[in-house]
Design a protein around this ligand. Structure first.
Ligand code: ZN
Length: 55
């Protein structure tokens, strides 16, 4: 599922809905900061492109 350079340590997550690839944690930074329920404590990654929660 991971596309790109394997020698880089950062984890890339690919959204299964829209196919957008993003660095792990990026979605939480941009989305969960405004979420009153989870506020970064959920273990989902959120696609910054479409907002889909990836378990
Ligand atoms: Zn997406």
């Amino acid at each position: 599922m991971i596309v790109g350079k394997e020698n880089e340590k950062k984890e890339l997550i690919k959204c299964s809905l829209c196919g957008y690839s993003f660095e792990k944690g990026k979605g939480a930074e941009s989305s969960c900061g405004s979420c009153p329920l989870n506020y970064g404590s959920c273990h989902f990654e959120k696609c910054p492109n479409c907002g889909y929660d990836i378990p």
